[in-house]
Design a binder for this molecule. Structure first.
Ligand code: ADP
Ligand code: MG
Length: 347
C-alpha cells in the first residue's frame, strides 16, 4: 500500500514571513500593507505590498492568466495543446518562458529538462495516483526526454516537439510568475512587498521601516518540530527552494519524490534534501533550485563556482548545511537546528 503525503497546501503557511502584519500605523497618511491570499498553480499564494489594493487585484488576475497558459493539466492551456498536437503558436509569455527555460536546461547540462513530463506522469505525480513504474516503462519513456529537440521560431512564436514528447514548465512557472509580479509591482511604484508562492518567495525592497525581510527556510526533515531550518534576511531578491519533502509518496519503505533525474527517469536521490537559490531573477532561481537538487552537492558547488548570478543554501542528508559566502552573514539557524554544521562555500 502506498502512503501519500502532500504538504504543498501547507507550504505557504510554513514558509511564513516573520513579520507579516507590519503596517504603518505610526503615520496615518502613509499607505498601509495590503495583503491577498489565493490558490493558483496548485499552491497557496500570499501577496503583500505597501501600495494600492488594485495592484493586488491586477496581480491576481495576471497569475490566473499565466496559470491558464502554462498549466500542463488544463487541456485548454497553450502547453497542453502543444503536448497533444505537437505544435502550437505561443503567446509572448509562454514563448519567452519556454525559450528561457531551454537555455537553463542547456546551462545545467540537462539536469533541468522541461520534456520530463511523460516520465513524471508514469510516476503518478500529475494525478496523485502514485505508482512505481517498471524499468522497461522508464526506458521506453526516457527516449523521448530531450529538451534539445524542442523547436522555437522567434518570428512566428511557433513551438514544435517530436511525437511522444511532452513539455512541463512546472519547474520554472512559479519563479517566472513571481518575477513577473515583482516587476509589475515595482513598475507601479511599490517599494516594499513580498510575494510568496509556496516555497517561492520574492521580496521587493525591505520591510516597511527599512529592516530586511526575514524569510523562513523550511526544514526538509520529516521529524522536524518547528518545520523551520533557519531564517534568511533578504532585501530585493528571490529566495526559491526545491526539496523532496514538497510532494512525495512512500512505498515498501522507499520514498519517491517529484523531482526526477532526467538521466535515470527516477526521483533524484543524492546527498541533498533541499536546495534554496537566492538571486535577482526568480526564473533563474526556480530553474536552478530544481536542477541543482538533481545535480547533488558537488554539482551544485561546481555550478556556483562557475557562475556569478546566485547564492544558495544546501541542506544535506547528513544534517549539514552549505551556504555560499554572499549570504552567509544573513542566515541564522533556528533553535531546533542550532548545532548543525555550517560550511561556507567560497568562490
Ligand atoms: P515546486 O514546483 O514543488 O516548487 P520545483 O520548482 O522543484 O518544485 O519543480 C518541480 C516540478 O518540476 C515537478 O513537479 C515537475 O513538474 C517538474 N520536474 C521534475 N523534475 C524535473 C526536472 N529534472 N527538470 C524539469 N522539470 C522537472
Ligand atoms: Mg524549480
Amino acid at each position: 500500500m502506498s502512503f501519500i503525503r502532500s504538504k504543498r497546501l501547507f507550504s505557504a503557511t510554513i514558509c511564513f514571513l516573520l513579520s507579516f502584519f507590519l503596517c504603518s500605523c505610526a503615520n496615518p497618511s502613509a499607505k498601509t500593507m495590503q495583503t491577498a491570499t489565493l490558490f493558483a498553480m496548485d499552491t497557496v499564494m500570499e501577496l503583500q505590498i505597501m501600495g494600492d489594493e488594485t495592484l493586488l487585484t491586477n496581480a491576481e488576475e495576471m497569475i490566473r492568466n499565466l496559470e491558464k497558459k502554462l498549466s500542463v493539466t488544463d487541456p485548454q492551456s497553450e502547453i497542453a495543446v502543444l503536448n497533444s498536437t505537437g505544435k502550437n503558436t505561443l503567446s509572448e509569455d509562454t514563448f519567452s518562458l519556454t525559450q528561457n527555460a531551454l537555455s537553463l536546461c542547456r546551462r545545467t547540462d540537462g539536469a533541468l529538462d522541461i520534456t520530463i513530463y511523460p516520465v513524471l506522469k508514469a510516476w503518478g505525480f500529475t494525478t496523485g495516483q502514485y505508482r512505481v513504474p517498471t524499468q522497461e516503462e522508464i526506458d521506453l519513456l526516457i527516449k523521448n526526454v530531450d529538451f534539445s529537440q524542442v523547436e522555437l521560431d522567434e518570428e512566428s512564436k511557433a513551438c514544435s516537439i517530436p511525437e511522444n514528447m511532452q513539455l512541463d514548465l512546472g519547474s520554472v512557472a512559479k519563479g517566472y510568475t513571481s518575477r513577473t509580479i515583482a516587476s509589475y509591482f515595482t513598475e507601479n511604484g511599490v517599494k516594499s512587498g513580498l510575494i510568496n508562492l509556496g516555497g517561492n518567495v520574492q521580496c521587493i525592497g525591505s520591510k516597511p521601516g527599512g529592516t530586511p525581510w526575514k524569510i523562513a527556510i523550511k526544514s526538509p526533515y520529516p521529524d522536524s518540530q518547528s518545520g523551520i531550518y533557519g531564517v534568511l534576511e533578504a532585501t530585493d531578491t528571490a529566495i526559491i527552494t526545491s526539496g523532496g519533502y514538497e510532494r512525495y509518496f512512500e512505498e515498501n519503505g522507499e520514498t519517491y519524490w517529484h523531482i526526477i533525474d532526467p538521466k535515470t527517469g527516477k526521483p533524484s536521490h543524492n546527498d541533498l534534501l533541499s536546495v534554496t537559490i537566492v538571486g535577482n531573477d526568480g526564473l533563474l532561481c526556480d530553474a536552478l533550485s530544481t536542477a541543482l537538487f538533481v545535480k547533488g552537492l558537488e554539482g551544485a558547488i561546481d555550478e556556483y563556482k562557475n557562475s556569478n548570478d546566485f547564492d544558495m543554501i544546501l541542506i544535506t542528508t547528513k544534517g549539514d548545511v552549505y551556504i555560499t559566502q554572499g549570504i552567509r552573514d544573513n542566515f541564522l539557524l533556528s533553535s531546533e537546528y542550532y548545532n548543525a554544521s555550517i560550511h561556507t562555500i567560497e568562490k
